[in-house]
Design a binder for this molecule. Structure first.
Ligand code: BTN
Length: 266
């Protein structure tokens, strides 16, 4: 790995335009999970915007208990500590906002247009290039903090045969190697703007940004796995004000999905 490719705090701070997100950076060559490290900083009272970065994760975690492949120097493995002043029931919107920010950043820094698969998977050519894992700590109907963990496949040249059916990278799709720093700085800047909007109560406007960037928002035929319940099938019909996915079933009823996984679509 070349030194100029490392996500060193001093290199990032040179490019950073955000004012709060990422102004305190903890950078690791190797770590279990940046989300776990960020949680420890949060418990020690670290301020909002604290950013944890790693070149490699040995225990990278995805949604629904899945692992997140985090090879050295190829991807962005980042966790941002937020202390939002919103009720816990609105926390899911934050994760959607992070997906919008990542999508905007990839467009800005690499010129690649991603689709957003609900809730927060970024796709290129139908394959995943970015995932987000938000973890919240709340008490008495107040959020103490939220860790937003973002993984972007930037320069992976290939994936295993099995993973390659579902995963891709910016490098594979854009056919070039990208410096990770502009992607990360754009992400922090975009996230901060959207987050400020959200904190000022413009939830509908930020959800609209998600809708504009997702082919999954309306009219997509989907199968959604709902935790321990059986799958549902239907056509997507937008988002609720809490960011739940509305799915119109064959009998005309509309189900609001709070948490689940779209396992098939067309
Ligand atoms: C998913 O799509 O399942 C979410 C993937 C989230 C991966 C990121 S990488 C940085 C942060 N640390 C982790 O252990 N996970 C998140």
């Amino acid at each position: 790995m070349m030194l100029q490719d490392l996500l060193l705090p001093e290199s990032i701070l040179l490019h950073l335009k955000s004012r709060r997100l990422g102004t305190i950076i903890h950078h690791y060559l190797e770590i279990g999970s940046t989300n776990d490290a960020a949680r420890q900083f949060a418990e020690q009272g670290a301020p909002e915007g604290t950013l944890v970065l790693a070149e490699e994760q040995t225990q990278g975690r995805g949604r629904l208990g899945r692992p997140w492949l985090s090879e050295q120097g190829t991807g962005i493995y980042a966790s941002i500590l937020l202390r939002p002043v919103v009720k816990p029931r609105y926390a899911a919107v934050l994760t959607l906002v992070a997906a919008v920010a990542a999508s905007q950043a990839i467009e800005q820094a690499c010129g690649l247009i991603t689709d957003i698969k609900w809730p927060n998977d970024l796709l290129l050519s139908g394959r995943k290039c970015c995932g987000i894992l938000s973890e919240m700590q709340a008490e008495r109907d107040e959020i103490r903090y939220v860790i937003v963990g973002i993984g972007i496949n930037v320069n992976q040249a290939a994936f295993s045969e099995q993973l390659g059916q579902r995963a891709t990278s910016l490098h594979i799709e854009g056919k070039q190697t990208y410096s990770r720093i502009p992607v990360l700085c754009a992400l922090l800047q975009r996230f901060e703007l959207l987050y400020d909007d959200l904190q000022q109560g413009n939830r509908a406007a930020v959800l609209q940004r998600w809708v504009e960037r997702s082919s999954f928002a309306f009219g997509k035929q989907v199968t959604v796995a709902l935790g321990n319940r059986k799958n549902i099938e239907g056509q997507t019909a937008g988002l609720s004000e809490l960011g739940n996915l509305r799915v119109k079933l064959a009998d005309g009823r509309v189900e609001e999905v709070m948490s689940g996984d779209i396992v098939a679509w067309r």
